[in-house]
Design a protein around this ligand. Structure first.
Ligand code: SP5
Ligand code: ZN
Length: 346
């Protein structure tokens, strides 16, 4: 399988996130991507390629195709604005929008804007965040460009983007790269795209971006939001709106779910994306459903990720894998390889 990645994806490196009442080292780190690269090399997987220069040039426009313009303007200048306010280190929000407050009036100061656009205090913006995002979007565009010919492509990027909505960020990420991929596939001519999200967490951002659209079907298998981040989206009764009614499928599962029930949810999601008539598949490929993930509560094994890859291959669709979460860094390489090998029948 063709893999696309870029050294600039190692740049974003937050110092800490709020966790159990303390600032602790970020779970989402550059070492995650390095672990996967090493595993691919060790398995003599075809060498990854960098994004095309033309994709680099088009990266910002691609991000703007699924996010609000003023939100992207904010992301671009957020760390410089933070520095201009006399701060060093990473930018974190100070406040949050509450019920019956003005969720439609961005404030003017950097503290106000961070609080307006962030959904959690676990997603630091660093001096390098924007460059990392440009590299990620460039990888996505190159992956989209190669998909038809290659049949399947793995965009090995970070930070994960599926919690980023049209005009908000959080859950370790800023720009929704799976959504960028789906939108770019639409623009090169596929009329119906499915996004299958196998990350442990619900991809609230992807759901948000496509909720009222009938051309992009979103299906997610995730931990029940009653007990797990992102808490406020991901329930089974969220089925889409307007033209998108019926094009959103949430399959929340309880803590401690193992392959026997997880795979039933996968079969249900696959049946639905088939009946939707998807012409191409984007997979939000997270590995935090792993039994030893440090922040999660599912029980999938390395072998299960191989079974997952094989089940996805059975859909016989052009498939673009986008790397999402997964924080058991010592097992991340083996888990990713298992999924890709399972898909490829290796
Ligand atoms: C892409 C993705 O997987 N984002 C996940 C964001 C989760 N944010 C909340 C993390 C809370 C971590 N608490 C860990 C307690 C472990 N002892
Ligand atoms: Zn996750």
């Amino acid at each position: 399988m063709l893999t696309i990645t870029d050294p600039d994806l190692l740049l974003h490196h937050g110092a800490g996130e709020l966790n159990a009442g303390k600032i602790t080292p970020c779970f989402e780190q550059p070492a995650r991507l390095k672990a996967v690269l090493d595993a691919l090399a060790e398995a003599r997987w075809p060498a990854p390629i960098p994004p095309d220069p033309s994709a680099r040039a088009a990266a910002e426009a691609a991000m703007r195709s699924v996010h609000a313009g003023e939100f992207i303007d904010f992301l671009k200048s957020a760390h410089a604005d933070w520095r201009a306010a006399g701060r060093d280190g990473d930018a974190l929000p100070l406040s949050a929008i509450g019920r019956r407050m003005h969720a439609d009036r961005p404030p003017e100061t950097i503290d106000g804007m961070l609080s307006y656009y962030a959904i959690d205090p676990g997603t630091p913006i660093t001096a390098d965040t924007w460059r990392t995002l440009e590299a990620g979007a460039a990888c996505i565009l190159t992956a989209v460009d190669r998909l038809q010919q290659a049949g399947s492509v793995f965009a090995l990027i970070r930070p994960p983007g599926h919690h980023a909505g049209r005009d908000y960020y959080g859950g370790y990420g800023f720009v929704n790269m799976a959504a960028v991929a789906a939108q770019a596939l639409r623009e090169i001519g596929a009329s119906r795209i499915a996004v299958l999200d196998v990350d442990y967490h619900h991809g609230n951002g992807t759901q948000d971006i496509f909720y009222d659209r009938g051309d992009v079907f979103y299906a997610s298998i995730h931990a029940d939001p009653r007990r797990q981040f992102p808490f406020f989206l991901g329930y089974a009764d969220e089925t889409g709106a307007g033209a998108g009614e019926g094009a959103n499928l949430n399959l929340p599962l309880p803590w401690n779910t193992a392959w026997s029930s997880w795979s039933e949810a996968l079969a249900a999601a696959c049946a639905r994306l088939k009946s939707f008539g998807a012409e191409a598949l984007v997979v939000s490929l997270g590995f935090d459903a792993f039994e030893r993930d440090p922040i999660s509560h599912f029980k999938l094994t390395t072998e299960d990720f191989g079974r997952m890859g094989a089940a996805i291959a059975k859909q016989q669709l052009p498939t673009l894998f986008v790397f999402e979460g997964g924080y058991a860094i010592d097992a991340l390489g083996a888990n990713t390889l298992a999924a890709l090998e399972g898909f490829s029948g290796r």
